[in-house]
Design a binder for this molecule. Structure first.
Ligand code: CP3
Length: 664
């Protein structure tokens, strides 16, 4: 089928949804939702799944106020912004605001995320503990447990402001900690009085008459299935949802969907209605194509080709446009691509004859510090392999020199560092890096690489993550048991935290300089962090990796790569990153669903597969492509770096196979 401009795909992909019928269940913002869907090229079908019941005579709210005034409630938890305002509205019918604010000012106030924080600030109530993103009950409890400003809960009465359905897990966990819970409901939700529109929506979903379903809160999910049960169509409804693109606004909503047996295809990075609609619109056609077998729905088969038109690939695109619209960058942003992008960690290295030739005349450090040669090695590897991204030739350990330590690479022994950091006094002499000067050769190499690299191949900058760097500077080189690293961590936690904070600050500057010099994306390598338990990762590493990722200039995607962390990928993801890089010890499909589809994923072929024959390599690559099922946001890579003994032909065969087999 040809459209007027001669390009394939008659569905208007400029308008994201391309005419799909999009069902949504939003009540309060039903009209805005319908407008948003239409503005993204969808046909809206908005059937509110809930009605708000204001409790004008809110006995619980008044009981709460009386007990608060009597000093019986030492901890008050505010869960939602709307609920906080509603609670004030009810209470202000009886008590002056000043009295409420004064009483709340004397107790511990926990606010779950930015909305209740801003509502409370608006009333002049100081917040004691603010819960970080993604603001689920997990973070809420963790923050309360960890905060010195929050008293131990045992024996205390904790008041919990509720809005909508009570959060059973939260209440149970508070009780487990020995607290008595006083629930303070303000509003409750019911099914709408007139369920006709929702029934019709269910019927149309089951009839296969919708292509996309959008959920903007968890209650909508429960209510939809509550009505489904009443109508006796639960299984049919679940089946129908498995055939459409399911967008969920955030983690709580997604969790509810999964519990009910519905897979979530996309969750936006920020839990906002507008972001949900925009992201699902951008990906709807590819997601649908990956859910349905080709031919089942004519729109599904047309969808993916059309995606190139949205960004105008190949049509007078400027060099920067080309970088922004290439497969790798689009995958980092979880946008559909025509094929799965691939690059390989350590793609420029000793397995490649061209590298060995240059290396024969220069030491490894000379090579890193000679920006001409570093650029040449980078560009040669990327062009020769035909990969979708280049990674700057450098090393994670270069940064230890400007920290004031010595760095040597000795043949066969791997890296070694002089002036190890093992005590509080050592930490004090660790210098914070001003990379502009001290690492200028890396930035020169980036500029030269950018000039020599094909204009549609993005360049990845990188650094070691705080833990992996710390392990090198504490051990003085590679390690088996991380004995000295852990001795410092457990034995002198204050020194550990000071060291990690210093490393993190240096890394932020270093990565941003790489971006300023011309890197399109950056990757953090946490190669050795898998030696830690989940609890230790959370306590000793997470805050610093998070700080580094949060400090990266917005706009350049961050890949958060680690190895050996399969058992706690969820915690690793909490540190952030647009894409999470995983090793081969975890099932790719399983890893992605644990990380959440709101992030991209990279990996996870065992580098040793490259020692097998071409057909085995191809079969293993296909297996990974199948596990990701064409979902936007997957970047093919190994689970760790290429080994020096790897046959080059096998690497070439892998890259070709990934490109060929993933053509959409
Ligand atoms: O192609 C690329 O991936 C870019 C270049 C790159 C190198 N090192 C070049 C290199 C990258 C991204 C790194 C990262 C790096 N360096 C990591 C994290 C990734 C991982 O593999 O876990 C780590 C832990 C290091 C530290 C390091 N540097 C080690 C352990 C070694 C190997 C020592 C050895 O002799 O095998 C190096 C040296 C190194 N870095 C080489 C290369 C190509 C080999 C040096 C040589 O040519 O002799």
């Amino acid at each position: 089928m040809k459209s007027e401009d001669g390009l394939t795909g008659s569905i208007s992909t400029e308008k994201g949804f391309g005419g799909y019928r999009v069902v949504a269940f939003e009540a309060r913002f039903a009209q805005q939702m319908a407008k948003l869907i239409a503005s993204h090229g969808g046909e809206p079908l908005v059937a509110p799944a809930m009605a708000e019941v204001p409790l004008g005579q809110n006995v619980s709210a008044f009981e709460f106020a009386e007990r608060l005034f009597r000093g019986e409630l030492p901890v008050v938890v505010f869960l939602t912004g709307v609920g906080t305002r509603a609670l004030f509205e009810v209470l202000e019918t009886r008590y002056p605001r000043a009295q409420l604010v004064e009483a709340l000012g004397k107790v511990t106030i926990v606010a779950r995320g930015p909305k209740p924080v801003s509502a409370l600030r608006g009333f002049g109530v100081p917040v004691t503990v603010a819960v970080p993103e993604p603001n689920t009950w997990h973070e809420l409890l963790e923050t309360m447990d960890a905060s010195e400003r929050c008293p131990a809960l045992k024996g205390l009465i904790v008041a919990v402001q509720e809005y909508g359905v009570p959060n059973a897990e939260l209440l149970q966990e508070l009780k487990k900690r020995g607290a008595q819970v006083l629930q303070v409901p303000v509003y409750r939700w019911t099914l709408p009085r007139d369920t006709q529109p929702l029934e019709k929506a269910i019927q149309r979903l089951i009839a296969g008459d919708c292509q996309v379903a959008l959920f903007t809160n968890a209650t909508q999910v429960s209510h939809l299935f509550q009505l489904g049960t009443q109508l006796g169509v639960t299984d049919a409804l679940r089946g129908a949802l498995s055939q459409v693109v399911v967008g969920s606004v955030g983690p709580i909503c997604s969790q509810t969907l999964r519990e009910i047996g519905v897979d979530v295809d996309l969750e936006p990075l920020h839990p906002k209605m507008g972001q949900l609609v925009a992201d699902v619109a951008a990906n709807a056609q590819t997601l649908l194509a990956s859910k349905r077998t080709p031919g089942e729905d004519f729109r599904a088969t047309l969808g993916t080709r059309g995606s190139a038109e949205v960004v105008g690939i190949g049509r007078n695109a400027s060099p920067l446009d080309k970088l922004e619209t290439c497969a790798f960058m689009r995958a980092c942003r979880r946008l559909p691509t025509e094929y799965t992008p691939v690059w390989l960690m350590r793609q420029a290295g000793r397995y490649m004859p061209e590298y060995r030739e240059i290396r024969a005349k220069n030491s490894f450090l000379e090579l890193c510090k000679n920006s001409e040669l570093a650029a040449e090695v980078t560009v040669t590897a990327a062009h020769r392999l035909g990969v979708d991204a280049a990674i700057i030739f450098a090393d994670i350990l270069l940064i230890v020199e400007p920290m004031g330590l010595g760095l040597r690479f000795e043949k066969g022994d791997g890296p070694s560092i002089d002036g190890m950091i093992r005590t509080h006094a050592d930490v004090a002499r660790l210098r914070e890096v001003e990379p502009e000067e001290s690492l200028s050769y890396v930035f020169d190499a980036i500029r030269k690489t950018r000039a020599g690299l094909r204009s549609d191949i993005p360049l990845i900058g990188f650094a070691g993550a705080p833990f992996t760097l710390a392990s090198y500077i504490v051990e003085g080189g590679a390690s088996k048991n991380y004995r000295h690293t852990k001795a410092l961590m457990y034995g002198e936690p204050a020194a550990w935290h000071a060291m990690m904070a210093s490393i993190a600050r240096s890394l932020v500057k270093y990565l941003n300089c790489q971006i300023a010099a011309g890197a399109q994306a950056v990757q953090l390598f946490d190669s050795w962090v898998g030696c830690l338990s989940p609890d230790d990762y959370r306590e000793f590493v997470l805050p610093y990796t998070r700080q580094v990722i949060a400090g990266v200039k917005p706009g350049a995607p961050v890949i958060n790569f680690s190895t050996g962390t399969s058992s706690y990928l969820e915690i690793v993801s909490e540190a952030g990153g647009d894409v999470i890089g995983v090793d081969w010890r975890v099932d790719l499909a399983d890893a992605w669903s644990r990380i959440g589809f709101g992030r991209g994923i990279q990996g996870n072929l065992d580098p040793l597969v490259l020692f097998a024959d071409a057909s085995t390599i191809k079969a293993r690559a296909l297996r990974l492509l199948e596990k990701t099922a064409g979902r936007p946001g997957y970047i093919f890579n190994l689970g760790h770096g290429i080994l020096p003994e790897t046959p080059v032909d096998n690497v070439l065969a892998l890259v070709d196979a990934v490109h060929e087999m993933s053509q959409r």
